[in-house]
Design a protein around this ligand. Structure first.
Ligand SMILES: [Fe+2]
Ligand SMILES: [Fe+2]
Length: 371
C-alpha cells in the first residue's frame, strides 16, 4: 500500500481513541514522546560556558537592554472578560474541535516548558555572564508563557503538573550547535505561528473561539527576541554557519518544517475554525520563517519547489497511517509500521535533497518583528 492509498483509507475517527477527558489524560499526553510531539532537551553546559559573543557586542547589549526593560511584565494576566469568554465561546464548539484545541494547548505548553527547563539548566550550569544573563531572561519569559497556557488548561480541569512533567519526561541530548539550530528555528517558527493566527483573528474576530488568542501579539514578540539571541550567538561564531554545518542546518530546516506540517495536519478542525486551511497556514508560517532566517542561515529551503509539498503530504499520510497501525496493534500492523517508517525515511531524503536557495548573510543581524 503506498502512502496516498493509506491516506485515502484512513479512518480519522480512529485517531481520536485517545481523547483528553481528564487531567490524567492531559498529563499523559504531555509526557508521551512521539515523532511529532515537543521534546525536552539537555546539552553540553561546559561548551555553552565557553561561548563568546564579543564580535556582536553592540547588537547583543541592545538586546539585553530590551530583555531588562521587560515590556511584557504585565502582559500574562487575564483580564475581566477572559473567564466569561471561555464559557460563552467554548460552549458552542463541537467535541472534535475541543479535542484539537486541548491538543494545541498541551503541545504548546510542553514546548514552552521545554524552553523554560533548558534555559534554566543552562543558567544554573554556566558562569559566563553573557550566557547566564540571557538564559535567566529567556527562562523568565518561557515560564510566564507556560503558566499562562496552563491556566487555560486548568479552566477545563486539565492542568499539567509541571514538577512531575519535568521529573518524568525523557530528555534528548543535543550538542550546543544542534540546540542553536533547532531552538533558533522553533523560536522563530513560534513567532510566525502566533502572529499569523493573531493577524487572521484580527481580521475575523468572529472566529476567535478562545480569548487566549488575544494575547498572541505581544507574546510572540518574546519568541521573536529569543530567536534573535540565538541568531547573534551563531553569527558571533561563524564556523557554525559554514562547511559541513550547512548540511546540518539544512537537516534541521527540513526536520522542523516537516514536523510542524505533519502535526498541524492532525488538527484540521482547529484551523478551519480560525478560517484557515492547515496547508495554507503552514506555508504562510514557512514563508515568514524563511524570510526571517536570512539573518543567520546561508541557505533557505525552496518551499515553492513542486516536490516540497508533495513530500510533505506523503509524510503526513504516512504518519497518520502509522498512528492507526500502532493503535490497532498485531503482527500485520507491525509489518505495516516498518514499511511506513521506511517510506517516511525515503520521503524525508527526497525533501532533504531538493536544491536549496543560497542566501548572503546581512551585515546587521537584528530584525524587528514587523509581520
Ligand atoms: Fe515562549
Ligand atoms: Fe521562546
Amino acid at each position: 500500500m503506498n502512502a496516498q492509498t493509506a491516506f485515502m483509507e484512513t479512518d480519522f475517527t480512529q485517531l481520536l481513541v485517545s481523547n483528553v477527558e481528564s487531567a490524567a489524560d492531559a498529563n499523559q499526553r504531555a509526557l508521551t514522546n512521539t515523532v511529532i510531539s515537543p521534546r525536552f532537551y539537555t546539552t553540553d553546559f561546559a561548551a555553552m560556558d565557553k561561548l563568546d559573543v564579543s564580535s556582536v557586542r553592540q547588537e547583543w547589549d541592545l538586546m539585553m537592554l530590551e530583555y531588562e526593560g521587560d515590556n511584557n511584565h504585565d502582559h500574562f494576566q487575564r483580564d475581566a472578560e477572559f473567564a466569561q469568554e471561555v464559557k460563552t465561546l467554548m460552549s458552542k464548539l463541537d467535541e472534535n474541535l475541543k479535542q484539537e484545541f486541548y491538543d494545541f494547548l498541551i503541545s504548546s505548553l510542553t514546548s514552552e516548558f521545554s524552553g523554560c527547563i533548558l534555559y534554566n539548566e543552562v543558567r544554573k550550569n554556566v558562569s559566563n555572564p553573557d550566557i547566564k544573563k540571557l538564559m535567566t531572561y529567556m527562562a523568565r519569559d518561557e515560564s510566564r508563557h507556560a503558566g499562562f497556557l496552563n491556566s487555560s488548561l486548568k479552566d477545563f480541569n486539565f492542568g499539567i503538573d509541571l514538577g512531575e512533567l519535568k521529573k518524568s519526561k525523557s530528555y534528548t541530548f543535543f550538542r550546543p550547535k544542534f540546540i542553536f539550530y533547532a531552538t533558533y528555528l522553533s523560536e522563530k517558527i513560534g513567532y510566525a505561528r502566533y502572529i499569523t493566527i493573531f493577524r487572521q483573528l484580527e481580521r475575523h474576530p468572529d472566529k476567535r473561539f478562545h480569548p487566549i488568542f488575544r494575547w498572541f501579539e505581544r507574546w510572540c514578540n518574546d519568541e521573536f527576541r529569543h530567536g534573535e539571541s540565538f541568531a547573534l550567538i551563531m553569527r558571533a561564531n561563524p564556523k557554525l554557519l559554514q562547511g559541513v554545518n550547512v548540511w546540518w542546518i539544512r537537516f534541521f530546516l527540513v526536520a522542523v518544517y516537516a514536523t510542524m506540517y505533519v502535526r498541524d495536519h492532525t488538527r484540521p478542525a482547529l484551523h478551519d475554525a480560525m478560517g484557515f486551511q492547515s496547508t495554507a497556514y503552514d506555508f504562510e508560517v514557512f514563508r515568514i520563517t524563511s524570510e526571517i532566517s536570512r539573518q543567520v542561515f546561508p541557505i533557505l529551503l525552496d518551499i515553492d519547489h513542486p516536490q516540497f509539498k508533495v513530500s510533505l503530504d506523503k509524510l503526513t499520510a504516512l504518519s497518520m497511517a502509522m498512528s492507526i497501525a500502532k493503535a490497532q496493534g498485531g503482527l500485520i500492523n507491525t509489518i505495516k509500521k516498518g514499511y511506513y517508517a521506511l517510506s517516511a525515511a525515503i520521503e524525508f531524503g527526497k525533501l532533504y535533497f531538493i536544491p536549496v536557495i543560497e542566501s548572503k548573510l546581512p551585515n546587521q543581524v537584528r530584525l524587528q518583528p514587523t509581520w
